[in-house]
Design a protein around this ligand. Structure first.
Ligand code: ADP
Ligand code: MG
Length: 730
């Protein structure tokens, strides 16, 4: 991304970025930017160490916030000192004894006595004394010592590795910031550098002074780096202090501004107009069911977008099972009936195949032919598909990431659909867009986010909501079970199968050994029972021996997965034991019970998606969440949300309550934008407020030309300096 002339708004580039690292890359430094290396005390070694952590400019330094704070405000009286407690003591440091450690002679061990009032004293010890302190300890001086008390080998209390502050240097800051720093850069030094940088490099606010009500960034940063006496260290450490919130809000404002600008800009981009409805009109009439009201509304909204000669950028948000696929088919057919082509991309082969098949079932009578392009489309089939796509002869193609590989060319792309868009990175979406310069884009997601929040998070897009399920769906009865009750769970499943239903068992692991380094817990012997193979084996041997059981996981060859899935869909097998590969989109109407083993490991959104695999037909369905023995209280609360609520909107609200919207934002960005503080936002109303403020400001200064808007313009430019366009963010 190059720098923009300053009298036009920062314009996102329209070219897709070249690599798909999916993470922020640091842009090259502009000339004239003040570097940390310019500060006294920062030589080549330290500046290299800091650069390694991404701290190169004074701005980087200032925005490197403390990780925690040491509270030096309350002095402990010597008689109250206890083992296991962190204390601040005031006293006189006695003579220091330093000597090499016995088994590591290059390390220094030091010891002294700290003398308090009335003859009280405590031993102070340092292991591995930092080199710069050697021979320079404030011995025989009055100091404040802050550190943890433990009981030494001889049973006496000792203060271990304390930080010392000689009182001759005045009183220390009451709350001392502790930063995450590379070796060789001490806390004191860093704090001093920050103070200097704050003085030398003024930090501006994206929010124009005329409308700002909270702290300025400069003041907020001072409070974060040097908290006031009465600050609440716990709130500071959680990022919930007013100062942290002000920083996050300022950033959020710039972000919303950028999204709103992008939306304006997109509304002016030329796009193919599609208004002939010859095929879709008839197809809708002949559907085997009536559209839900929100499906009709979504079709009307999309139809209006497509009818205009501007590019559509629309998100379709609808709960699991709300019938999004049908809308995608409608949009694809609309492209085809206007003489254009359409693509629909899904995150897994399984899902792409399912879309392809259900298109044939639901739209076969239209006579529209559809291709399928996945990683396993090979040889002659692939060559001829690529040829017909490029020539324009193939009107519609379903597929996976294979669609956005280099060799794919589409002659006349009218509509591109991305299903489960949250599973794709920003660069994937950009590549799909790049298949057609004026193509219209429809993104679909079942991410449970409250509507008002969605409007702010995706302010760069138009949004259609499917907020109802097709009629006749019964809520999925959801219950919790413990791992020790598996026998009872299996009995419930057996009864369900005997009634003619089908069952999913979702387990966390393919094999016992995989990723065990992550879950290095004491009950790992249980892990073996939580694998695909062991669960399938257990069911076959015992409770479900009368039934056909299949197993599936992500590492199986695609052809095996497809066979297993086909047999399950056709009822050849009754039970499917799998990992979470069944999570997205799989639609088997006869499946009526799902058992999720080790359910505490999943977030609410994922559990909701998994549970959505059942209850897709008209039969009453069940979901049993099996919690492992070691599940903690937070996890159990999450699971209980699932038993109390079934609608995505309710799950979303609870998810928000438990996690805070920052996490959702974080997930949306997946590291793609250099937003530093957004994850600190706890109150969803702040996000909406930032959006309202941004919209209002743009009404008064639509192109950010006013002098007051320049800091915001620079903030946006910094966000965009990482080589991709906001238009690519889905
Ligand atoms: P999702 O929104 O989760 O992608 P799908 O598009 O897979 O949901 O739809 C779920 C099921 O509901 C499919 O079997 C689909 O055929 C069916 N369906 C979609 N719309 C309707 C409707 N209006 N009436 C009845 N069934 C519908
Ligand atoms: Mg779907």
């Amino acid at each position: 991304m190059t720098r923009r002339p300053s009298n036009s708004p920062p314009r996102p580039s329209d070219e897709p970025a070249q690599d798909n690292a999916g993470q922020s890359r640091k842009p090259p430094l502009a000339a004239g930017v003040a570097l940390v290396a310019s500060l006294p005390g920062v030589g080549p070694k330290r500046s290299a160490a800091l650069a390694e952590r991404g701290i190169e400019t004074l701005r980087d330094l200032i925005f490197h916030l403390p990780r925690r704070y040491e509270d030096w405000r309350n002095l402990t009286d010597f008689p109250d000192v206890q083992a296991g407690v962190t204390v601040t003591l005031s006293g006189e440091l006695g003579k220091i004894f330093e000597r090499p450690m016995r088994h590591a002679r290059w390390r220094r061990w030091a010891q002294a006595l700290l003398h308090g009032p009335r003859g009280a004293r405590i031993r102070v010890v340092w292991f591995n004394l930092p080199a710069y302190m050697r021979g320079r300890m404030p011995s025989q001086q009055r100091v404040l010592a802050h550190g943890k008390v433990t009981r030494g080998a001889d049973g006496a209390l000792e203060l271990v590795q304390p930080d010392l502050h000689p009182l001759s240097e005045g009183t220390p800051p009451p709350l001392q910031p502790i930063y995450r720093l590379p070796a060789g850069v001490g806390q004191r030094l860093f704090a001093r550098l920050v103070t200097q940088a704050l003085a030398e490099a003024p930090v501006e606010d994206a929010i124009p002074a005329a409308i700002r009500t909270g702290l300025s960034n400069a003041e907020a940063l001072r409070q974060v780096h040097r908290p006031q006496d009465d600050a609440d260290p716990a709130a500071l450490e959680r990022g919930e202090s007013p100062a942290h919130q002000a920083l996050a809000f300022d950033e959020l404002f710039a972000f919303e501004l950028a999204l709103c600008l992008e939306r304006e800009r997109a509304a002016q981009r030329a796009g193919i107009a599609l208004d002939n409805g010859a095929i879709t009109a008839r197809w809708l009439k002949e559907l085997p069911f009536a559209l839900t009201a929100s499906q009709s509304r979504a079709i009307a909204e999309i139809g209006a977008d497509l009818g205009k000669p501007v590019q559509m950028n629309r998100m379709l948000m609808g709960d699991v099972g709300s019938g999004k696929t049908l809308i995608a088919f409608w949009a694809a057919l609309r492209a085809v009936e206007n003489g254009y082509q359409a693509v629909m991309m899904a995150p897994t082969e399984l899902l792409a195949e399912q879309h392809h098949r259900s298109f044939q079932q639901l739209c076969g009578r239209t006579g529209v032919v559809a291709g399928l392009l996945t990683g396993k489309t090979a040889g002659g089939a692939r060559t001829s598909l690529l040829r017909t796509l490029e020539s324009g002869a193939m009107p519609l193609v379903f597929g996976t990431h294979a669609l956005i590989q280099e060799r794919v060319k589409i002659r006349r792309l009218g509509v591109g659909v991305i299903d489960e868009q949250h599973r794709f990175g920003v660069f994937d979406r950009a590549r799909l867009k790049a298949l057609g310069a004026e193509a219209n884009l429809l993104m679909m997601t079942a991410t449970p986010i409250p509507r008002s929040l969605a409007l702010s998070l995706f302010a760069n897009l138009e949004i259609s909501f499917l907020d109802e399920l097709p009629p006749g769906r019964l809520p999925i009865a959801t219950e919790l079970a413990s791992e020790d009750e598996l026998g009872r769970v299996d009995d419930i499943v057996r009864a369900e199968l005997e009634r003619g239903g089908q069952a999913y068992y979702v387990v966390p692991r393919i094999e016992a050994a995989d990723d065990s380094e992550e879950d290095d817990n004491d009950e790992d012997d249980r892990e073996e029972e939580r694998t695909v193979a062991a669960t399938a084996e257990r069911l076959k041997r015992g409770p479900l021996e009368k039934f056909k059981i299949a197993a599936m996981h992500g590492r199986m060859p695609a052809s095996d997965k497809e066979r297993v899935m086909r047999e399950f869909r056709d009822g050849v097998t009754s039970v499917l034991v799998s990992t979470t590969v069944v999570e997205v989109g799989i639609d088997v109407a006869a499946a009526s019970i799902i058992v999720i083993i080790a359910a505490e490991r999943y977030g609410l959104a994922q559990l909701h998606q998994l549970r959505g695999r059942v209850g897709r037909g008209s039969a009453a369905s069940r979901c049993i969440l099996v919690a492992s023995r070691g599940a903690d209280a937070a996890a159990m609360e999450r699971l209980s949300v699932m038993t109390r609520f079934s609608a995505g909107a309710d799950i979303a609200r609870e998810d928000l309550r438990l996690r805070g919207p920052g996490d959702l934002l974080g997930a949306r960005q997946s590291g793609a934008l250099p937003l530093k503080f957004i994850h600190l936002i706890r109150d969803p109303r702040l996000i909406e407020r930032a959006r309202t403020m941004a919209e209002e400001w743009l009404r008064s200064d639509p192109n950010l030309k006013a002098a007051d808007s320049q800091p915001a313009r620079r903030a946006i430019a910094r966000m965009l300096a990482h080589g991709f366009s906001l238009g690519d963010i889905g």
